[in-house]
Design a protein. Sequence first.
Length: 513
Amino acid sequence: MKKTIFLALFGIFILAYFLRVVFLKDLAVTFSYDQARDAFSALQIAGGHLKILGPPASTQGLFHGVFYYYLLAPAYWLGHGSPIVAAYWMAFLNSLSVFLVFYLTYQVSKKVGLALLAAFFFAISFEAIQYATWLSNPTLGVWTVPLIYIGLWAWVKEKKNWGPPLAAIGLGLSVQSEIFLAYHIIPLLLWLWIGRNNVTRRSRAVFFGFFIAAISSMLIAEVKFGFKSVGGVTALLSSQDPFLNRKSLGDFLVLYLNQFGRIFTNNVLPFNAGYGSVLGLGAIWWAFANWRREKSKEKVLWQPYLLTFVFAYLPAVSMGGISTPFLSVGLGIAAVILAAFLVYGLWKKHRKIAIMLFVAIVISNLGIIFSENKKGEMLFAIQSNMTIRYETQGIDYIYKEASGKPFSLNSITSPLWINTTWSYLFNWYGRKKYGYLPQWHGSDQTSLLGDNLPVTAPETRLYFLIIEPEDVPGNFLAAEIGKENNKSMLLQETRFGGFIVQKRERIVNEGVK
């Protein structure tokens, strides 16, 4: 690679990293139950307690791979439990995808300028930047998914020996990061059939061996825990979701088109969903038009290859992949590459249109980034404004009100009756800054992650209740507040972002002095 090209690509990488970490100094990192659970697990691994079971999937009985925990462990260990240090680390890995986007684009086009343009579009992609500091396992797909398509092209088009192992590692790590990314097996098998003249028995064996190695921890977990995923897969394939069972073919088509539009909108033109979807359709049309004009007798061409990449998500729609935007993780790379092809193609004959489209993409992404990313990972957060910024403010308020005296804590959380999030935050931030932990008077936390808050002492009078109201059903919320009212009396209520802190005074029962 020429020095000037490398310098340009390195500059794009620096831009990508800057945009991903610019708001970390303001503690704009979403942190709720899933993040606390994963942080505890990563620290346990760093402490020598190895694991083979990853985070649970949304379908009961299915689990993602444990690879994510091991990737997080060094950052949490070096940062002494800091989610901010972990976010810097994940943002660095996400930024490295600039090189993958460049290489994949150059691989299929052999045009350096086009590849640099695609890398630049990825660097400023709103969705990619949202993924970068989202401390959740699907974020790994941003860089594991393109590995599949880089390796697959090298295998079926260029007959490279490194193609099969890279495709296998990419697919295996993608399944580790998000088990439902197994849908990439479908386009992989399609291209193995189309390019079968370049697919030898040995290369298939190499691919299979590396793939098994990449998912080996998941296979070991299956054996150890009694093949629990069988029931999950059965439920998934039988589509027991009542919402999906009421849908017809046309409904699924609409659902897919909406998701397709979101992929292009969030990655290319995020200021307007309608314009982003139209741009996506334009990029698809451009690829089809070029394919039709293609005179080559080659079976493996960039147009259908990238189209199968961006359409890979289609099978997931029929199995419930409609309410979880992160199931399309990695497909944004196909979107930015197709958008780059469109702008690059327009530049040859319609330069004014190409310039306007380029400027619109840049302004749209940067505008949304600087207006929304300060709020945390808004695309994926179930509970908005549950960020480290507000959580540390809430903890500071509690300790300030306590004035160094013992106090007791209760929390109404999502999931209910699990204090993992706040236990982690008080252990990492509260105890480190103020020197002691709160006591606990809520639901029994035995065997749950973070079960180290001492039981409330008889002489403790100051109580605090933390309420996460945004994802707790109203009837449960009222019932839990009623329970707390039997223990303590409300003195003051303060909101911090997406949660409320109530300062309370313990109700002295008969016989308690």
